[in-house]
Design a protein around this ligand. Structure first.
Ligand SMILES: Nc1nc2c(ncn2[C@@H]2O[C@H](COP(=O)(O)OP(=O)(O)OP(=O)(O)O)[C@@H](O)[C@H]2O)c(=O)[nH]1
Ligand SMILES: [Mg+2]
Length: 381
């Protein structure tokens, strides 16, 4: 079930995007006039918000109470985030606005721009802040200089925070957008170190698809390393009433996949291994090879030390990783590793998980969503 939100200046713009993305038979669920606040709240502009869904999605969930509940939930969450298509215009506008803000700030330097004796100065202060948040040292330096290093680009602290976020987003480009599992992906493998939440996240994603009633989900576990691992996934499969197959070794994979041939989305759980050891990576790679997964998602816990997470991501590269899943957002207050890893690995974020509850504690968040708290950050200098 896909419900998308479009924020446009004129209705024909929305209709064109809806037809292109959701098909000729897409259904417009609602329209309303809204005002979009611009950066720093300096001005707002009129826009039309349009909610639309693909017709077959509506048909698939019609009458099913679970489906309707999910439709509502997704529509609610969709209203909180701009859709990627609406984003492209918004992102171009954002870049223009950042340039405009920079000019305005240069023209009206505030008294607190003057660097008091002994203070760090904006570049050093923000660099220290970013590193403390978990951003890689080189990137912290780059982003602080990009945003604050030019003479005259200063202002009060919140303006500096906005300039910094603007610099990070301009560096990340399209990678700052969330990238959940594609509609045309059939086999999706989850890899990552031990205990990061791979199995739980698979259960959440499977449950959401079952509730949506749109894709026939199957589970495949290649985790026979831990005794309880198969039982864990089987329990979820029983609850959700979806088929499950087990592959003990690479040679088992074709048989296991064949038993799930009726499924149009197969979520593959792999054994959590020590990703610092190249032998573990090799074993995972051998297991993945016969699957020919459409997407490989690297699961990283946000409670991991940023330097270790970067090492894990680098070690995982031979696995053909496409995207990140960041778990345990609820167990950390520093999210600096997110833009840092996205920039260094050039993989976008598929999902972010926020707790142990299946299926509720999972979200589709953009980098700006995750970094929003930085706008309120207290930074020396
Ligand atoms: N706080 C919190 N806990 C989570 C989250 N996701 C998973 N967990 C918990 O993390 C623990 C490990 O989860 P699993 O899903 O078994 O992790 P795994 O990666 O499959 O573990 P292995 O298969 O042993 O490598 C469980 O207690 C989960 O409930 C999350 O977003 N937040
Ligand atoms: Mg597991």
């Amino acid at each position: 079930m896909i419900v998308r939100r479009y924020v446009v200046k004129e209705m024909p713009e929305a209709v064109a995007s809806i037809r292109r993305e959701l098909g000729q038979d897409a259904v417009i669920l609602s329209t309303r006039n809204i005002r979009v606040r611009k950066w720093l709240g300096l001005r707002s502009e009129r826009r039309i918000e349009v909610m639309a869904a693909a017709k077959e999605d509506l048909a698939a969930t019609a009458g099913a109470s679970f489906g309707q509940a999910l439709k509502r939930a997704m529509a609610e969450s969709a209203t909180e985030r701009p859709s990627p298509s609406a984003d492209s215009e918004a992102w171009a506008e954002l870049a223009r606005e950042i340039a405009e803000i920079k000019r305005m700030l240069a023209a009206s330097r505030q008294p607190d721009d003057a660097q008091s004796p002994g203070s760090l100065g904006p570049v050093q202060g923000w660099r220290a802040f970013l590193q403390n948040e978990g951003v890689d040292a080189v990137l912290a330096d780059r982003w602080a200089r990009m945003a604050l290093g030019e003479p005259g680009v200063a202002g009060d602290r919140s303006a500096r925070a906005e300039a910094l976020l603007g610099a990070i987003l301009s560096d990340l480009g399209a990678l700052a957008h969330p990238a959940p599992i594609r509609r045309d992906s059939r086999i999706v493998a989850f890899v990552g170190p031990t205990g990061v939440g791979k199995t739980t996240t698979i259960a959440k994603i499977a449950a959401l698809h079952v509730l949506a009633g749109q894709r026939r989900v199957g589970l495949l576990t290649a985790d026979t390393f831990r005794i309880a691992a198969v039982e864990q996934l089987k329990t979820y499969a029983d609850i959700l009433n979806v088929p499950i197959a087990i592959a003990d070794e690479p040679d088992d994979v074709p048989r296991a996949l064949a038993s799930l041939s009726s499924c149009d989305l197969v979520l593959v759980d792999t054994a959590g291994r020590n990703f610092f050891a190249s032998s573990s990576i090799e074993q995972t790679k051998r297991m993945l090879a016969p699957m020919e997964a459409d997407e490989v998602l690297l699961v990283i816990s946000l409670a991991t030390k940023p330097a270790d997470a970067l090492k894990v991501a680098n070690m995982a590269k031979p696995l053909g990783v496409d995207k990140f899943i960041f778990t345990k957002l609820d167990e950390t207050s520093s999210v600096g590793m997110v833009p840092s890893l996205v920039a260094l690995c050039q993989w976008p974020i598929a999902y972010v998980t926020t707790g142990q509850n299946v299926p509720d504690d999972i979200d589709i968040l953009s980098v700006p969503d995750l970094l929003a708290p930085w706008k309120e950050a207290r930074v020396d200098g």
